[in-house]
Write a protein that binds this ligand. Structure first.
Ligand code: NDP
Length: 441
């Protein structure tokens, strides 16, 4: 904390992992003597750079670009790029740190990284976004490569941005390689990549429910966010018979008692992906739905205070605090699967764990996205494309395996159903062992 005094989210992510792995360090003194913990919290490399770009009026702007190359013990650095005004070093270090454990859990050979910029794509024209992406890639291209570091999308970086970034990388390096994932289908992308994180979070919830001989069919779900992860979580919920009654953006949330059906989801996808509008428009289109704007003084988010069986936070970090968690416990929510990264504050997590709610932490529950990114890398290396069924089957199998690993590890360390411990310990051990094997580097 003295070394990185202002990195609140990074400290939060590290503290959680350190709490979980104490018994592992006690059982394995070689981890302590090789200073694995001290090494694993220090990024292998941090790249920060200037991103100058010109808007449609000819005015010059300067944003800050980042890439955190956190750990490459088990594979090339892998993790998304986030474009959002809140982006800073501490947020990206937390995301890169989480990514190391998540990627380890997928069982695919991927190290951990994360990057992005404080650029805000909201309200920018396509040409402005393109010029920004080109300037960003002009610098990033010297640090990444298909066997070195393979970025993907995250908040504010979707198909459009990956296209602009890939086009510039290809032009500068004069090579067509799988240097980014989330690419378009006809230029190296994988089927099911856009769906993977949301689908995966729902598969993980289904696995957790299965331990209690329950299914999602006939349940009601709370979803937050309305971006990539939220949209495909809702799509899978519809397919598995669960009714999503909420979703949101940073301005407010929708409560639709009747639930989001296929037609309504198509409206949301068009609204957010094509027209780039706000969720409030949903209530204009469907008058039975209620829109509630964000109230920054409320101290809690009313989205989490509706009666439901399941919850899928799919927006951003720390969107569920202790009050929200208490509301969900009181409303008897049975299962919560995190599509977003670290959406629950530590005291919220504690409430879930102490009250027997099945709680799937992001680094396990949202591992589906990076898993299919790993499959996209394999397909690019082979210069082949798998069918939708093949990728979806592999995604399902990976999520089943991530769940099993977390559950068995939690049991093994005497904390049954503590998926936080399970994910942290299992993710850590694989990376720590690789670091031991590779010496002090
Ligand atoms: P998108 O940009 O597609 O959507 C983000 C959604 O969250 C939007 O609805 C956005 O609202 C809302 N949101 C973003 N920031 C805030 C904020 N500060 N306060 C309130 N709402 C906010 O991103 P994704 O769906 O890709 O990502 C969502 C979460 O999932 C993130 O935590 C990300 O790290 C995580 N994740 C994503 C993966 C992926 O494959 N894309 C993989 C694994 C995890 P608005 O439109 O108003 O900004």
């Amino acid at each position: 904390k003295n070394r990185d005094p202002n990195e609140r989210e990074f400290h939060q992510a590290v503290s959680e992992v350190v709490d979980s792995i104490k018994p592992v360090l006690d059982r394995n003194p070689e981890y302590r003597s090789a200073r694995i913990l001290e090494r694993i919290v220090e990024p292998e490399r941090v790249i920060m750079f200037r991103v100058p770009w010109v808007d449609d009026d000819g005015d010059v702007h300067v944003n800050r670009g980042f890439r955190i190359e956190m750990n490459s013990a088990i594979g090339p650095y892998k993790g998304g790029l986030r474009f959002h005004p809140s982006v800073n070093l501490g947020i990206l270090k937390f995301l890169a740190f989480e990514q190391v454990f998540k990627n380890s859990l997928t069982s695919l050979p991927m190290g951990g990284g994360k990057g992005g910029s404080d650029f805000d794509p909201k309200g920018k024209s396509d040409m402005e976004v393109m010029r920004f992406c080109q300037s960003f890639m002009m610098e990033l291209c010297r640090h990444i490569g298909p066997d070195t570091d393979v970025p993907a999308g995250d908040i504010g970086v979707g198909a459009r941005e990956i296209g602009f970034l890939f086009g510039m990388y290809k032009k500068i390096r004069n090579e067509f390689t799988g240097v980014l994932t989330g690419k378009g289908l006809n230029w190296g992308g994988s089927l099911v990549r856009p769906e993977a994180t949301g689908y995966g979070a729902v598969y993980f919830a289904a696995e957790m429910l299965d331990t209690k001989s329950k299914t999602l069919d006939g349940t009601t779900s709370l979803v937050s966010g309305s971006g990539n992860v939220a949209q495909f979580a809702m799509e899978k919920l519809i397919q598995l018979g669960s009714k999503a009654i909420t979703f949101s953006d940073s301005s407010g949330y929708i409560y639709d008692e009747k639930g989001v059906d296929r037609e309504k989801l198509d409206f949301i996808m068009n609204l957010k992906n094509v027209r780039r509008g706000r969720v409030s428009e949903y209530a204009d289109k469907y008058p039975e739905a209620v829109y509630t704007p964000v109230n920054p003084d409320a101290g809690f988010n009313p989205l989490w205070n509706h009666k439901a069986d399941c919850a899928f936070p799919c927006a951003t970090q720390n969107e569920i605090n202790d009050k929200d968690a208490a509301h969900m416990v009181a409303n008897k929510v049975k299962v919560l699967s995190e599509g977003a990264n670290m959406p629950t504050t530590p005291d919220g997590v504690e409430l879930f764990l102490n009250n027997g709610l099945l709680y799937g932490p992001g680094k396990a529950a949202n591992a589906g996205g990076v898993s299919v990114s790993g499959l996209e890398m394999s397909q690019n290396s082979m210069r082949l494309g798998w069918s939708r069924e093949e990728v979806d089957q592999r995604l399902k199998a990976i999520m089943k395996n991530v769940h099993k690993t977390c559950k068995e590890t939690a049991d093994q360390y005497g904390t049954p159903f503590n998926y936080v411990n399970g994910a942290n310990i299992a993710g850590f051990v694989k990376v720590a062992d690789a670091m031991l094997d590779q010496g002090i580097v």
